[in-house]
Write a protein that binds this ligand. Sequence first.
Ligand code: ZN
Length: 348
Amino acid sequence: MGRDAFPVVFDGHNDVLLRLGVPDGGGPGAFFERGDQGHLDLPRAQEGGFGGGIFAVWVPSPKVPPSERTPRGLPPVLDAAYALRRSMAAIATLFKIEDRSGGKFRVVRTTAELQRCLNEGIMPAVLHLEGADAIDTNLDTLHVLYRAGLRSLGLVWGRPNAFAEGVAVHFQRSPDTGPGLTEAGRRLVRACNDLRIVIDVSHLNEKGFWDVAELTDAPLVASHSNAYALCASTRNLTDPQLEAIAASDGIVGLNFAVNFLREDAAREASTPLEVMVRQIDYLVEKVGIDRVGFGSDFDGVLISQEIGDVSGLPRLMSALRDRGYDDPALRKLAHENWVRVLRKTWGE
Ligand SMILES: [Zn+2]
């Protein structure tokens, strides 16, 4: 690695499937063209040293009048058929990208496959559901999606489902916003442990987090959340949560959303990189240099204009190097920690 080269990034969360899947999103073909919309496509990823990542399948909530929101102000539980149909469309987009990539992009199911792709300059993609809304309580869908390649599952997005409840995004409020896991949620955690699917606690409320922490036998993974101590958002992790993640030898992926980074939670594109570096410093102090990675949320959130899109990742790496993170530390943050946690959860 030369002085100017940075280690390849394996990123814990992006929403490119959502961006490509909307009516004017361009579909799978747009992933191969250098765009000026959004954050992530293959040409810009190659410029920025984004080697691969966890690709989220997320189902938007239909617009409903305030009277149909839950008592805690969340969008209502999704219709199961709608959730499944939208999820299938996003998963199909992921596989079409793989099919059209000429071998440059691969949906990976094992750690060995992931590592080989990173070594050979092929982009590894991990199939992730951001919310178990499409999964039935018999868990049949879980088993079928596992066969299709599902290796990571967020129990919730910011709404309730049959398994748990997510947080609404609030500032200067505790993430302890609602009930913990349902009985079906507890069965889902055990089933994920049996299948060795990563359980992602980002978006989960605090009671749900502690239920997962007590039940799971896998490292705790918060794919795209930051430190509550520096930005008091319900989407971030309190110090006791960070301690539990450290004790489980899990990982926190830094979310690039400016409103989850800044002390005032403002949605300001002019947010300096310094704010991201400060969050990394704090997370490293709390959970250790072996348990922090990136969970950019590219194509899902407002990020600093100093990064702009995935092609700007070297500017973050450069800021971290200037702060004193040496090459071994940068390799851990960039990809080694994610690979280790996935290996611990999936096996080889
Ligand atoms: Zn998210």
